[in-house]
Ligand binder design. Structure first.
Ligand code: FAD
Length: 460
């Protein structure tokens, strides 16, 4: 077993862990980053699939994500806007395709009124929520006891309005059915993006992409750390001193992070992992009761990101932006995802939660056929024959286990949220899934990473 000594050992070379490591290194601390996979980046992964550059994980940048934007500037990375010229598509409950511009779908007038009213109500509630402390809202417990689907039922009888508003948070963001998470969790999701209106505005939330791919962020951050990043090193055990007299704020007593071939001795450890993976590591002594409990109340969402590359972006010639939505389609949302300066055209679509379960029970050929058929409902028969087709399947990735990120079960956010990021002696937690602003996004991963680095520097 090789032994390394350093000030801080970071477990996980995603955007969050690498931000912590760079901040600490810049402040003069010695760091080691242990990464289970043979690559850095975690849920950021830009790869060449059959000759097409695809963003298998995260890709979009929105204008409020200043921590990410600052990082892109620091690393010298350029962005380009998502293609959005022309008309968008909506398919209603009767299967009828309608083209539209602007943000509100072409639904019957009464449904439109209900959608606008729901957006107003949600914006008003979101304005009362501090994304860093949603549990502090006076009605937090009550809002965490009701599912988002049920909350919507208490607001309107209009099913199409509910299904559309539900889709923005359920299928499109938390990637769980709207009956599986609370209204408070939905409000946190919206508050993390500034408002519910921002979430429903694709031009805002899916504004830009990075030339060459978003994985360059973690790759360049890792490059700055050189040999301090050790790939292919899943951490199996953390030995630590326990909490002095049971006090959570007891002085750190040092830690050892153990992989199959390394022992890293440090003053602090940062677990920069999706919180659902914290339980996969053994702790000696065990984590306190509170952490052992709370990590059981989070689970990953589940979505298939589908990439279809065509010889040309044929939908543009038909005056279409490529943006398409329908809560009634297998692919509930799809976009023009053509790469910067690429003559070929790429569509990206998403199949979420129970729909994803359904198509994963099929053979790969049947699944592909069903997904392409759904795309053809939006874009016509030309969508049936891509030259490259790929499904991002994060549910099968041992070191992620779902997409996009983790959220609490019903009641979990009000009950445990305030302890999610609280350090336990020398053990600190950093991940996009623990962020307030930028929750479930790269921006949040970087924000939390910066805060954790500051917390460690303050602890001395
Ligand atoms: C399909 C998809 C699309 C997305 N789209 C967007 C988007 O458009 N915009 C956006 O901002 N965000 C998007 N996201 C979310 C974004 O990618 C994540 O929020 C962000 O990358 C998470 O960074 P992180 O460092 O917190 O966690 P991760 O990236 O999950 O990093 C954690 C790291 O820890 C490692 N690890 C786990 N266990 C161990 C262990 N025991 N020992 C050592 N290492 C371990 C993992 O291998 C991983 O590298 C998307 C995510 C997915 C999956």
């Amino acid at each position: 077993m090789e032994r390394i000594d350093c000030d801080v050992v970071i477990v996980g070379a995603g955007a969050s862990g690498l931000t912590v490591a760079n901040r600490l290194k810049d402040a003069g601390r010695s760091v080691v980053v242990l990464e289970a996979r043979e690559r850095a980046g975690g849920r950021l992964w830009t790869d060449d699939i059959d000759g097409a550059m695809l963003e298998i994980g995260g890709q979009w940048v929105s204008p409020d994500q200043d921590a990410l934007i600052e990082t892109l500037d620091e690393l010298g990375l350029d962005t380009y806007p998502r293609y959005r010229e022309g008309e968008n598509i909506y398919i209603g409950p009767d299967g009828e395709l309608k083209k539209f511009e602007g943000e509100i779908f072409p639904v019957p007038r009464e449904t439109e009124e209900q959608i606008v009213s729901l957006i107003d109500k949600l914006d008003a509630l979101v304005a009362e929520i501090d994304p860093d402390r949603p549990w502090a809202h006076p009605r937090a417990k009550e809002l965490d006891e009701i599912s988002f689907a049920h909350w919507l039922e208490t607001q309107t009888d209009d099913l199409e309005a509910r299904e559309n508003i539900g889709m923005f948070i359920a299928g499109a963001m938390l990637t769980k059915p709207a009956h599986a998470f609370s209204a408070l969790q939905a409000l946190l999701m919206a508050a993390s993006a500034g408002s519910f209106s921002n979430l429903v505005d694709a031009d805002f939330i899916l504004d830009k992409r990075v030339v060459g791919g978003l994985q360059q962020v973690p790759l360049l951050l890792a490059e700055r750390l050189g040999e301090a990043v050790r790939l292919g090193q899943p951490v199996r055990t953390i030995r630590w001193g326990g909490l002095g007299q049971g006090r959570a704020d007891a002085a750190p007593t040092g830690v050892v992070a153990v992989t199959d071939s390394l022992e890293v001795h440090a003053q602090h450890v940062v677990l920069a992992l999706p919180p659902i993976l914290i339980n996969r590591i053994s702790y000696d002594p065990p984590l306190p009761r509170r952490q052992q409990q709370l990590h059981q109340h989070l689970s990953m969402g589940f979505v298939i990101k589908v990439h279809a590359v065509y010889e040309t972006p044929f939908w543009r010639a038909a005056g279409l932006s490529g943006t398409a939505f329908s809560p009634y389609e297998l692919v509930h949302e799809a976009y023009d995802n053509t790469n910067h300066d690429d003559p070929r055209g790429t569509l990206v679509g998403f199949v979420s939660d129970e729909e994803a379960d359904g198509v994963f029970s099929l053979t790969p050929e049947e699944r592909k056929a069903k997904i392409l058929e759904s795309l053809s409902h939006y874009y016509g028969p030309d969508a049936l024959n891509p030259v490259v087709y790929y499904e991002s399947d994060w549910g099968s990735e041992e070191w992620t286990r779902g997409a996009y990120a983790a959220s609490f079960d019903m009641g979990g956010l009000a009950r445990y949220g305030s302890d999610l990021r609280a350090p336990v002696g020398p053990i600190h937690f950093s991940c996009s899934d623990m962020a307030g602003k930028g929750y479930q996004h790269v921006d949040g991963a970087i924000r939390v990473g910066r805060e954790v680095a500051a917390e460690i520097l303050e602890a001395g």
